[in-house]
Design a protein around this ligand. Structure first.
Ligand code: SAH
Ligand code: SF4
Ligand code: F3S
Length: 485
């Protein structure tokens, strides 16, 4: 480094990332420290997250940056900087944010130095930003999904000016590595393996707000997981909108299954999860790697969306009902104790009673361990939003209720199939209802409550699954078989 420094901060702004952002974190810290001295107390931050695991992971990065900038974490919106990391996959996710903004305005009137930042998927929609610029003038900072790595720089811009800072990128091919993160759990972590989505399912807004598919370099992923395990992490969740197409656009293409094999070798790592798998790209190679692995959890989240081949075509999902059934049978043959979970949309434009019956048929045939069920939400700019034959609300509601009932009945039966077996449970937290109990998860992601103490959190423990109560188990300890005491 040949630049001069002043108060430990280089005088010239570094051009390269992530150095540039570390420069801005230091700069932000000077402002934060000065304000904190003035106020005679530390400054606090609160990051609120909506949406999927991608957003949760992004929020950990925002929190890491805020801590580096000298703010202290708070769980409440009464903080000196409040960030809303938004989701827009369905309209209700979107409406919640507007609902909260009114409340934030009232807090800001009491604490005029308070900063309000909005980021995430909703901010990638131009009409949303227009609305905020017009009707929510008190917002300080708006940025999108592509430039989240620039948060420190944008924060300093806001601290040095007095007006709203807005920075939204349409797309990017940049992936910035090595920014600080503040992990929510000490023993498990999400790890992005790819960003964006190229599938353009006709109902879905994600490709428009998250941009084109970009895979991270395997080396960077492995290095991150190695560092995490050295830091006490035993379980990773590999994140991508369609993990099965991982690696296709790298200079040296790699398959998702090959990546898994490399991750599996990392010492100290006990469990590997991933999400989400698109049925059209799920390879035999992946099934084989799952069947042979000691670390990959026997759980597959495989969104079905609809059981009608006609609707699947309209949805641009690129598989049929039969393809889906064949695929799940193949998986069950290779990994008999696999837990299959799914996402289903009811009320897609043009869905008839017969189409809906096809969905119920798949549910009865596959017997999912659980299913997230959604009412179709019309998203501006997607092809499905322009389709004419939208299904009336009351018909959708009726189908939704029927679907939910069916899903719950099957799910309760499926969950109970492990009763009486001994399984490994990752102890995750103290049970909030009963003293002396811990709550953990099976590889299948099912919750188990069992006797244990706080020091055991983050450890894999053999538990006998004595009683199934709906969607969770009550278990007891199998002492001599503890894996990593
Ligand atoms: N990439 C993942 C899904 C991400 S969005 C995949 O392809 O499986 C999570 C879920 O939200 C989707 O699986 C879908 O079931 C649901 N979803 C997406 N857009 C929706 C819409 N417009 N209305 C209702 N549900 C939607
Ligand atoms: Fe949306 Fe389809 Fe991409 Fe999933 S695969 S994020 S549902 S477009
Ligand atoms: Fe929502 Fe964005 Fe995830 S729209 S579901 S937070 S990718």
């Amino acid at each position: 480094m040949n630049y001069t420094e002043k108060n430990g901060i280089p005088e010239a702004v570094p051009v390269m990332e992530p150095d540039r952002q570390y420069y801005y974190m230091k700069k932000a810290r000077q402002y934060v420290n000065a304000r904190s001295r003035e106020m005679g107390r530390p400054l606090t931050f609160c990051v609120n997250t909506f949406g999927c695991q991608m957003n949760a992971r992004d929020s950990e990065k925002l929190e890491g940056i805020l801590e580096e900038a000298g703010y202290q974490k708070s769980e409440e919106d009464h903080a000196d900087i409040v960030i809303y990391n938004t989701c827009t996959v369905r309209e209700n996710a979107n409406l919640k944010v507007y609902g909260r903004l009114g409340y934030l305005h009232s807090l800001k009137k009491k604490n005029p130095h308070m900063l309000i930042g909005l980021c995430g998927c909703m901010m990638q929609e131009p009409q949303v930003v227009e609305k905020i610029k017009k009707s929510y003038r008190f917002v300080d900072l708006i940025f999108g999904t592509h430039n989240i790595f620039k948060f420190a720089e944008l924060l300093v811009n806001r601290l040095e000016s007095d007006s709203m800072v807005i920075d939204i990128w349409k797309d990017t091919d940049q992936i910035v590595e090595d920014l600080p993160t503040d992990r929510k759990y000490s023993f498990k972590s999400g790890v992005n393996i790819m960003f964006g989505c190229n599938n353009f399912c006709s109902y879905c807004i994600v490709p428009y707000v998250r941009g084109r598919e970009r895979s991270r370099n395997p080396k960077d992923i492995l290095r991150e997981i190695e560092k995490l395990t050295q830091d006490g992490v035993v379980e990773v969740m590999l994140l991508g909108q369609n993990v099965n197409s991982y690696g296709k656009n790298l200079d040296d293409p790699v398959t998702f299954a090959q990546l898994l094999k490399e991750i599996e070798k990392i010492p100290g790592l006990e469990r590997i999860r991933f999400m989400t798998s698109h049925p059209k790209d799920l390879s035999d190679e992946l099934i084989e790697v799952m069947a042979q692995s000691d670390k990959i959890c026997h759980h597959l989240h495989l969104p079905l969306q609809s059981g009608s081949s006609r609707i699947l075509k309209e949805m641009n999902r690129k598989y049929t009902k039969e393809d889906y059934l064949t695929l799940t049978e193949k998986i069950r043959r290779a990994v008999p104790d696999i837990s299959l979970t799914t996402d289903i949309i009811v009320g897609f434009p043009g869905e008839t009673q017969e189409d809906f019956e096809e969905t119920l048929d798949v549910i009865r045939k596959v017997r999912f361990d659980s299913a997230f069920t959604f009412i179709y939400s019309r998203r501006t700019g997607t092809p499905a939003a322009a389709m004419e034959n939208q299904v009336p609300q009351d018909v959708v509601k009726d189908r939704f209720d029927r679907l939910l009932k069916e899903v719950q009945t099957i799910s309760a039966k499926m969950t109970s199939r492990f009763t009486g077996t001994v399984q490994e449970v990752l102890a995750e937290e103290i049970n909030s209802h009963k003293e002396g109990l811990l709550t953990g998860r099976l590889g299948s992601n099912i919750l188990v409550h069992f006797p244990g103490t706080e020091e055991e959190i983050g450890k894999l423990i053999k538990v006998s699954l004595d009683e199934c109560r709906g969607f969770y188990y009550m278990g007891s300890r199998v002492e001599e078989e503890r894996k990593n005491p």
